[in-house]
Every structure is written in structure tokens, then in C-alpha cells.
Design a protein around this ligand. Structure first.
Ligand code: URA
Length: 249
């Protein structure tokens, strides 16, 4: 008779991965400390951790890669969120179940104002919630805002390191192309609704500083789960001058 092994039954409300970790991040309690940095791309976790000590790659599955380590004696982790609100929601939720309490998105963005050019850093104090994910958590009038203590810490770090930075109001959208005012074809043919044409001028009127795809969802989901959230975004597109310069932020 083949030997029958018994595993604890999995449950649908909080599914576990094959390694008994949380389903998508594949991390177990104790794998991440309270402070977690959140790049979008998996390869950026390793770049972020290059000046850390005791660096360990803990898990890598789909868009989610996690490395942990210490910096000046403080335990840290970096977990990639993937692109957009849905994958960010999964990441923040699962990190929270593991005890993470303070998360900082380390990402990229497109500037729509002359004050921020390529390579500048924007710290969004709040976001317009066009992410499409945060409305599944709470009504659209609820604000998406950063934790003031995290914003202050990021400002201090930028001052100390001599980076050009400023505070911003981010437009977070669930689209990279039409929803950010990018036509299908350069000659203007194809689907190109009037709202897409007017998007950037209208946001400029409303004094929005930049466009990206994750921050609002992360701020709202994190806040509702009792976390301190913040973000620092490197400008890789200048939509006013139609310039692109992605050196990885
Ligand atoms: N990320 C975005 O979502 N848009 C940009 O233009 C640049 C980075």
C-alpha cells in the first residue's frame, strides 16, 4: 500500500502556497520584518538590497520577489509588487498578514509639470484614485494619502543624499496607454476618445504633478489595514516635453 501523507487542508479564504507560506508571495511568518520597500519590478529588489548586509533571497514567484537584509542594523525587506493595483493589493494584504507595518513604494512615474524633470524624485502626499482596485475596498470619495511620518522621513533622506525632489499629487490609473493619454498609433488613428486627448491638460489644471499605476491602491489598502504607507517615485517620463529616460530610477 502506498503511504498516505496528511497535509493540513487548505482553505479558500486564506490559501497557502505549497511551502505553507502565503499564497502569492510564498513567505512565512518571520520571513519579513516590519519595514518593507516595494519596487514594481522583481529585479529591482536585488538592486535595492545591494548596500544591505546579510542579504537573503527568500522567495520568487510570478511578479513577487522578496529579499531581506539589514541596513545600519535595521532589518528590512524588499518585495516587488508587479504592475498596477490588483497585484499591489495582493502584495500589501499578504505582507500585512505577516506583520509588515511600514511600506514604501520605490517606483517610477511620468511627470506632467515643468517642476519635475527626468531623474527627479516625487514623494506623493496623496493620489487621485483611478487605480480601479481601491474602489473594491472603500467608496471612491475616501482619500488616498501617505503617512506623514513616512513623508517626513523620505524628505530627510532626499535632503541628506542631495537628491532633487518635491512633494506631489499623483494620478494613479489602471492603464499605461489610453488611460495615460498615449494613443495607439503616432498618426492618431485608432481608438482615441476625447477624454484621452484632454486627460493631461485637465490634470495639469487640477495641479496634479505626475501619473503612475500603483500608489493610490497601495495607500488605500495599506491605510485600511492599519499600515504606514509612503512612496518615492523617480521621474522617467516628461509628458510635457514628450521625453523618456528610464535608467531604472
Ligand atoms: N510609469 C507610468 O505608469 N507612466 C509613466 O509615464 C512612467 C512610469
Amino acid at each position: 500500500m502506498p503511504e498516505i501523507t496528511h497535509r493540513a487542508p487548505n482553505c479558500a479564504t486564506a490559501p497557502k502556497a505549497g511551502n505553507e507560506g502565503v499564497y502569492h508571495l510564498q513567505l512565512k511568518p518571520g520571513d519579513v520584518p516590519g519595514y518593507v520597500l516595494l519596487p514594481g519590478a522583481p529585479e529591482r529588489t536585488t538592486v535595492i538590497a545591494k548596500n544591505w548586509d546579510d542579504v537573503r533571497e527568500i522567495a520568487s514567484y510570478r511578479e513577487y520577489k522578496t529579499v531581506s537584509g539589514t541596513y545600519e542594523g535595521v532589518k528590512l525587506a524588499a518585495t516587488s509588487t508587479g504592475i498596477g493595483g490588483p497585484s499591489s493589493e495582493i502584495c500589501i494584504h499578504e505582507l500585512r498578514t505577516l506583520g509588515a507595518h511600514t511600506c514604501i513604494r520605490v517606483g517610477t512615474t511620468g511627470s506632467i509639470v515643468p517642476e519635475f524633470d527626468l531623474n527627479d524624485l516625487i514623494i506623493p502626499v496623496a493620489c487621485v484614485r483611478k487605480d480601479g482596485t481601491s474602489v473594491t475596498y472603500v467608496e471612491p470619495e475616501f482619500p488616498a494619502f501617505a503617512d506623514t511620518r513616512v513623508v517626513m522621513a523620505l524628505m530627510r533622506a532626499c535632503e541628506k543624499l542631495g537628491f532633487r525632489y518635491g512633494l506631489g499629487l499623483s494620478y494613479t490609473t489602471g492603464s499605461f496607454y489610453i488611460g495615460q493619454g498615449r494613443p495607439l498609433n503616432e498618426d492618431g488613428s485608432g481608438y482615441w476618445p476625447s477624454f484621452a486627448e484632454k486627460l493631461i491638460p485637465d490634470l495639469q489644471q487640477a495641479r496634479v504633478t505626475n501619473i503612475e499605476m500603483e500608489t493610490a491602491a497601495q495607500y488605500v489598502v495599506g491605510y485600511l489595514h492599519g499600515m504606514r504607507m509612503g512612496a518615492v517615485l523617480s521621474v522617467i517620463a516628461n509628458r510635457a516635453l514628450n521625453r523618456w529616460g528610464d535608467d531604472g530610477g
